[in-house]
Write a protein that binds this ligand. Structure first.
Ligand code: B12
Ligand code: SF4
Ligand code: SF4
Length: 351
């Protein structure tokens, strides 16, 4: 088998599947990157994402996931639905909800997994004894670090994978295989003296270049942490009720971000332009129906409502908002939501 030729075919087929690029990495990260990941874990930056601690630095070896691993195919798929200025405008309209732009449509795990399956089936046609495993956050693999090893982009100071011609507004996926495909080389990084992402982070979560303390990141606080968002971060949250895009919106390379071409990622239920008050009115049944198949479903109704309530505390004072919060407090609520509503109402009553 001519593996160089097969690698070329894989790259071409990946484009046909809607990926912007595919590159191939070896199965072990260099010592330096392993050390950085260990350091991050030692500092406790993973918060309550216990799975990251549990797998430790094993995520730096593909054989941990697939014992026969010989190469990893890394792919990128854009998800951005609109212009950057539309998002910036929404962030400056505090009575509207800002939902991270990656989460407006169908859950990316489902979309990318099915594309990776098609890539695997393509390999099966080429070589019948191929063994592979597709991964989209679904198995312990340090995806950004492997993607940067393969030269799919470089790791920006916000810790995300970045491309000169496509920015960072894409998802990553990986297909680990037992095929000895030829490895691609890392590319030069282009952040230079820029540090806009660090300066613009609302909570100072990018504590130094390349290092994100997840416990301070709004993406963690609004999605991963099951708790009510802590008081020191509530104001900084603004109207970001699910995830945060700030460290990407300011990145100069995202002026070149590609818009998504997948119908699956198109915004559902008007989530790209919706008021906080109308979302607060959703019943639990409505939440479950509307969010089925969306990444938002996973955080559950109470966390969702508590995020909306905190954002309502940050919205400009208006009688509609005060009334809605008072009505909310008169209902039989989950204790986390009750606390969030009390805090929100207090923001509109301070002299
Ligand atoms: C856990 C996780 C999170 C956590 C922690 C994020 C983080 N930066 O670690 C939280 C919940 C905060 C999060 C948020 C987001 N995430 Co996330 N996340 C993950 C996940 C599952 C693991 C990331 C991880 O391993 N973190 C641990 C740290 C140690 O890993 P690392 O940053 O890659 O480690 C490097 C740096 O720390 C650096 N380093 C550390 N110390 C030092 C010191 C020096 C001197 C140097 C030079 C370097 C250095 O070296 C390490 C090795 O390369 C990945 C998917 C995956 N399986 O990999 C998605 C992933 C990274 N997330 C993704 C996305 C889209 C986001 C958000 C944009 C979502 C949003 N809009 O709300 C935000 C962005 C926040 C940010 N700036 O990171 C995408 C990123 C795509 C891309 N273009 O890179 C991924 C790849 C998911 C995917 N499959 O597409 N995420
Ligand atoms: S996602 Fe938001 S909170 Fe997290 S590091 Fe980026 S700018 Fe900061
Ligand atoms: S904002 Fe600047 S420093 Fe941050 S990732 Fe983009 S280019 Fe790099």
């Amino acid at each position: 088998m001519d593996y160089a030729q097969l690698a070329q075919k894989v790259k071409e087929f990946s484009l046909a599947l809607g990926f912007i690029e595919a590159k191939i990495a070896s199965c072990d990260l260099p010592e330096e990157k392993i050390h950085h990941i260990q350091n991050w874990l030692d500092q406790g930056f993973y918060g309550q994402m216990a799975y990251l601690k549990r797998h430790g630095t094993e995520r730096t070896h593909a054989s941990y996931v697939l014992p026969q691993a010989k190469s990893i195919i890394l792919v990128a798929m854009p998800y951005w639905p609109e212009t950057l200025s539309q998002s910036e405008h929404l962030l400056n309209t505090p009575e509207q909800a800002y939902i991270s732009r990656y989460a407006l449509g169908r859950d990316y795990h489902k979309v990318l997994r099915s594309k990776l399956k098609q890539l695997g089936q393509f390999l099966e046609q080429e070589q019948s004894d191929v063994i592979y495993r597709g991964i989209v956050d679904s198995a312990p693999l340090a995806e950004v670090a492997f993607a940067s090893l393969a030269g799919l982009g470089w790791t920006g100071k916000n810790s995300l994978l970045l491309q000169k011609n496509a920015g960072s507004l894409f998802f990553l996926g990986a297909l680990i295989t037992n095929l000895p495909l030829p490895f691609d080389q890392p590319i030069k990084e282009h952040c230079g003296t820029c540090n806009r992402c660090m300066q613009s982070c609302p909570t100072g979560a990018i504590i130094s270049p390349y290092i994100v303390d997840a416990t301070r990141c709004l993406s963690y606080l609004t999605i991963e942490s099951p708790k009510l968002i802590d008081v020191p971060y509530r104001k900084a949250m603004g109207n970001r009720i699910y995830g945060c895009d700030d460290c990407q919106l300011v990145c100069p390379f995202n002026r070149f971000a590609q818009n998504n071409q997948q119908t699956d990622f198109k915004p559902r239920h008007g989530l790209d332009q919706v008021s906080l008050l109308s979302l607060l009115n959703w019943s639990e049944t409505e939440f479950k129906e509307k969010m089925a198949g969306s990444p938002i479903y996973r955080i559950g109704y109470n966390k969702w409502q508590s995020n909306i309530l905190i954002a309502l505390g940050n919205a400009p004072t208006h009688s509609h908002i005060i009334l809605a919060l008072q009505n909310f407090l008169n209902q039989d609520n989950d204790p986390m939501c009750q606390e969030a509503a009390l805090w929100a109402l207090a923001q509109h009553q301070t002299p």
